[in-house]
Design a protein around this ligand. Structure first.
Ligand code: ATP
Length: 321
């Protein structure tokens, strides 16, 4: 496997404030990688360093074999977090314009734009002005504009933000399509579900530091599984089941019937515990085995929720740097 992107010990300081600290990770060619973390974790700062839009304070970045993103800018597609295409242009013109900035002749850009809009079910909107499109449509157009030059590497900063579930799904499909056509994709998000569905690998970032790098499955496996049991059972009985590390009373019906939540310890298997409960004749009337989600894993690995805002408001002087 070949790495399309390598970061080694990358840091970013804004004045006294350390936004990114000693960050290292790789994205293999052709992979979809999720760059995950709460708002303010340092994702945009890292993306800007990868693209060469701002210098790293320390460390090394290699993208598509180059030591500076600006040297390979025509082979990269970028969807920034702050969006807005020329409002008075039609989608076709806006897309062709962006293509032209990356060396695609205007006529060819228009042809590609029409085909890509058609493929996204936006063929009917191609004569409208950008300002007349819904937010979801405009965002799809902007994504098309960022990939019309058929880049090898696509970087999307919070591509799902502000979209309704239907448009989010459409965008997920587009991202899968880009990877199926051979592109490498890195996208940032603070919503774990998108990454769970899309990514080959994920990099988890909290307070500017990497907390985890690996597959979604590996991330999940670091987190505890839970077994929820309802019946005339005591916490002690559940605590003695194999693999159970902790028991919590969720609710007590008062007649001896309770709902108990058992956290499985490292390597503990809920099925084994359930089997022992039934073989031991425990009065279990309902059970639920809950696998940890990527969201659970993020909280376990970083100690923070991915949906909080970790931003530190920059002072005027720092913001100007
Ligand atoms: N130019 C700047 N000057 C000073 N501080 C900055 C600057 N840019 C970003 N920061 C701070 O660095 C931290 C990381 O910001 P960054 O935008 O990289 O995070 P993020 O994970 O992309 O979050 P978001 O999705 O909200 O943009 C934040 O605390 C932010 O306030």
């Amino acid at each position: 496997m070949t790495a399309a992107l390598t970061l080694e010990g990358v840091s970013k300081r804004y004045g006294e404030f350390q936004a990114v600290r000693d960050l290292s990770f790789q994205v293999q060619k052709g992979a979809i990688c999720g760059f995950l973390g709460p708002n303010g974790a340092g994702k945009t700062s890292t993306i800007r360093m990868i693209l060469g839009l701002q210098p790293a304070t320390a460390g090394r970045i290699e993208i598509l074999g180059a030591d500076d993103g600006r040297k390979v800018r025509d082979r990269i597609g970028f969807l920034p977090e702050e969006r807005g295409l020329y409002k008075k242009m039609t989608p076709v013109d806006a897309i062709a314009f962006f293509g032209a900035l990356k060396g695609v002749p205007l006529n060819e850009g228009r042809k590609r734009a029409k085909e890509m809009l058609e493929a996204q079910g936006l063929g009917g909107s191609s004569r409208k002005k950008m300002k007349e499109l819904s937010k979801g449509m405009a965002q799809k157009v902007q994504l098309i504009a960022s990939v019309v030059h058929r880049p090898e590497f696509v970087i999307l900063d919070e591509p799902f933000s502000g979209l309704d579930p239907v448009n989010q799904q459409g965008l997920e499909k587009m991202i899968r399509g880009l990877a199926a056509d051979g592109a490498t994709v890195l996208f940032s998000t603070h919503v774990m579900q998108h990454a769970e569905r899309l990514c080959d690998r994920v990099v988890l970032l909290a307070r500017g530091q990497k907390a985890f790098e690996g597959t979604v499955e590996e991330a999940r496996s670091t987190s505890r599984r839970f077994l929820e049991l309802e019946g005339a059972i005591s916490p002690d009985q559940v605590a003695s089941l194999p693999g159970v590390s902790e028991v919590e009373i969720v609710s007590d019906h008062g007649d001896g019937v309770r709902v108990l939540k058992a956290a499985m310890g490292q390597g503990g298997r809920g099925q084994e515990a359930l089997k022992a409960a039934f073989l031991g004749g425990l009065d279990v009337r309902r059970f639920d085995l809950r696998e940890p989600s990527l969201h659970d894993a993020f909280i376990d690995l970083t100690g923070v929720r991915p949906d909080v805002d970790q931003s530190v408001k920059p002072t005027g002087q720092e913001a100007a740097r």
